[in-house]
Design a protein around this ligand. Structure first.
Ligand SMILES: NC(=O)c1ccc[n+]([C@@H]2O[C@H](COP(=O)([O-])OP(=O)(O)OC[C@H]3O[C@@H](n4cnc5c(N)ncnc54)[C@H](O)[C@@H]3O)[C@@H](O)[C@H]2O)c1
Ligand SMILES: O=C(O)C(=O)C[C@@H](O)[C@H](O)[C@H](O)COP(=O)(O)O
Ligand SMILES: [Zn+2]
Length: 373
């Protein structure tokens, strides 16, 4: 694992020419935030906007505020309610109002302290405030090892996930592992679903390692968690560095998301957590793979690893199949009358397919619903 000796933490680089940035992973990074911001050239000349949510703020805002105060930063704080419903145009506008009233200028920076919801919302604010200002990701969930890297920022529309957004890369991802110890257990499990995804799409050895250490990861074993987050970020950084704007390869990061996003929409962004929906979606992709002729072991393995983490593998029986299929058709992955599926071909390998018939998808959705009846 790569270490930044002078900063005393693990380091990965997202390589995007003049927009390359580091991912710093370690314990006790937030109290050192001012020094880390300076390292990235963010001085205290212009006001900062710090976006967070109620739960995260309760546990971690004071640490961040103290660190920023010590560095002489003038910071305005905007707190949104916890949960997916804050990824909305309403909350986006409220953030903008705070930024304008506080006099943020073009040299200001937006800090996102939280999980994927805060990261996606604050990132979209940063992408569009005065046509774009800098931003820094301060992830506080396991899931955010995925969401904080790669520059996809967005809010939801009632009809479809992440429909209003941009690509806007952060200046740095500063991942203080200490924050994870206040996470509710359901969020721990849901966040690990995206870590499992990174193994399933890219790295069989990492996937097997996750399976072997499922209990340790769920129990937040410090060393195992640090390794898992580093490896997950590493997969994400490599993929994004090769295909920033999802022209081809990056689409593999969507394993489980074709069905998963539809389930989130049908559950009105409240019933299933993102990681839980993606867990079910990954089983759906494996089931499709087998119907397309791949080895049935793919389903067995996918279910085994997700169950080892206590993640859901079936669709709630009250979800209407037609509503799920209709939600898929409003997704960004649907174009020219076809949707895109990421289909496993082996553990650690996937194909991107645009030729899956709606009948085949319907049969898999019905099968996954049948199992929860
Ligand atoms: N941009 C991307 O590339 C990308 C990738 C994956 C997921 N996402 C998005 O990320 C979102 C899901 O992110 P998430 O799972 O982090 O959800 P989240 O941000 O809602 O956080 C989960 C819950 O945990 C609480 N929380 C967060 N950190 C905490 C902490 N340290 N201690 C105690 N409570 C804490 C939050 O208040 C919230 O209630 C979805 O909207 C998804 O679409 C984006
Ligand atoms: O970064 C990506 O690319 C991903 O697909 C990561 C996903 O885990 C994430 O949920 C992403 O927001 C989905 O992207 P979308 O373009 O389908 O909204
Ligand atoms: Zn995701």
């Amino acid at each position: 694992m790569d270490t930044n000796q002078s900063l005393g933490c693990r380091e990965l680089i997202v390589s995007l020419e003049d927009r390359s940035y580091p991912i710093w992973i370690g314990s006790g990074l937030l109290p050192r935030l001012s020094a880390l911001l300076l390292e990235r050239g963010i001085s205290n000349g212009s006001p900062l906007l710090l976006v967070s949510d109620e739960q995260v703020a309760k546990h971690h805002l004071a640490t961040v505020q103290q660190a920023l105060q010590e560095g002489g930063y003038n910071t305005v704080v905007h707190i949104v309610p916890s949960g997916e419903s804050s990824k909305s145009l309403t909350h986006y506008e409220a953030c903008m109002t705070t930024a304008i009233e506080a006099g943020l200028d073009r040299k200001s920076t937006v800090l996102a302290l939280g999980g994927g919801v805060v990261g996606d919302l604050a990132g979209f604010v940063a992408a569009t405030y005065m046509r774009g200002v800098k931003f820094i990701q301060l992830p506080t969930t396991i899931l955010a090892h995925d969401s904080s890297v790669g520059g996809k920022v967005a809010v939801n529309h009632a009809l479809a996930k992440n429909m209003i957004g941009a690509f806007h890369q952060p200046e740095a991802v500063i991942f203080d592992l200490e924050t994870l110890h206040t996470l509710p257990i359901r969020e721990v499990r849901a966040g690990l679903a995206e870590m499992i995804k990174h193994g399933l799409i890219w790295d069989e050895a990492f996937s097997d390692w996750c399976l072997e250490h499922a209990d340790d990861l769920v129990a937040l074993d410090q060393a195992k968690l640090a390794y898992g987050i580093y490896m997950g970020c590493n997969v994400k950084a490599q993929v994004v560095s090769k295909d920033e704007r999802e022209q081809n390869l990056r689409a593999i990061l969507n394993l489980g998301h074709t069905i998963g996003h539809a389930l989130e929409a049908v559950g009105q962004y409240g019933e299933l957590l993102h990681g839980e929906a993606i867990s079910i979606g990954m089983v759906g992709s494996a089931e499709l793979a087998v119907l397309l002729g791949e080895d049935s072991q793919l389903v067995t393995y996918t279910r085994r690893i997700l169950e080892a983490f206590g993640l859901p593998t079936s669709i709630p029986s009250h979800y209407d199949t037609d509503a799920i299929l209709s939600a898929m058709m409003h997704d960004k992955k649907f174009s020219g009358g076809r949707t895109t599926f990421v289909i496993p071909t082996a553990v650690g390998q996937v194909d991107i397919r645009h030729d899956i018939s709606i009948e085949l998808v319907r049969s898999v959705v019905d099968k996954l619903k049948g199992e929860s009846a």
